[in-house]
Design a protein around this ligand. Structure first.
Ligand code: ZN
Length: 229
């Protein structure tokens, strides 16, 4: 894979070991604007890698350093997600500027990049997440069009459970407790439910807990024979 160095000054030192990968969309009208912003000292944002729609990969911050992509966020035990993660920006106008499917050439590059990083830092599948998973009340990226199933097929992300599903019949409070156990910040319940749906049941994102949501979440929480949760 060819990686073009395009350094951003927006980084500092990590205070945690690397244990996560966070995927984003750029959410700007074009790639040029997004790259300029990610290199602008005034903007105070950055990422480790940016993947263009044609599959070109830019390296903007060294993996050893802490890039500024997650903002206020939370996943499992981690509060300072920037310190614990590698951030990848994927060029797409996003929900505000004409959200569209991610081209195959772009996804091939994302997959190759995630595979390398996951391997290098021994990151578990359950810690390969979207920005909306770690900041559900603020973010929708990379969004419901992101083909998580392509990553899951290669064991780069958790698959949507499909087999042996059972409805645990949790109450809303029970569901939210389970969602928190899985890793989400559930302070804003509706936002957390929608983030979960966007990731694991993208065809219906309505913020309503239904039997299918309960079944998927239960299956995700049951211990996996291979570990790597
Ligand atoms: Zn983002």
């Amino acid at each position: 894979m060819r990686i073009i160095d395009t350094p951003s000054p927006n980084w500092d030192e990590r205070s945690l070991p690397i244990s996560m990968i966070v995927l984003h969309y750029t959410g700007m009208q074009d790639a040029e604007g997004a790259i300029a912003r990610l290199r602008d000292p005034e903007a105070k944002v950055s990422c480790h890698y940016l993947v263009a729609e044609d599959g070109t990969v830019l390296r903007m911050v060294d993996e050893a350093k802490r890039a500024w992509h997650a903002g206020r966020s939370h996943w499992r035990e981690v509060e300072d997600v920037n310190s614990a993660s590698i951030g990848i920006e994927i060029v797409n106008p996003g929900h505000d500027w004409g959200y569209r499917p991610f081209p195959d050439e772009q996804m091939d590059a994302v997959i190759a990049l995630v595979a390398q990083i996951k391997d290098r830092h021994e990151i578990t599948r359950g810690n390969v997440v979207g920005h909306s998973d770690i900041a559900p009340a603020r973010k929708r990226d990379p969004g419901e069009l992101f083909p998580w199933h392509r990553l899951a097929r290669l064991r780069l992300a958790l698959p949507r459970p499909t087999k042996g599903l059972m409805d645990p019949n949790w109450t809303e409070a029970g569901f939210c407790l389970a969602l928190e156990r899985f890793g989400y910040d559930v302070t804003d319940r509706m936002a957390a439910i929608m983030a979960f749906q966007r990731r694991f049941r993208p065809e219906l994102i309505d913020g309503e807990i239904d039997a299918e949501c309960r079944m998927i979440l239960l299956a995700l929480l049951l211990p996996k024979p291979q570990g790597d949760a």
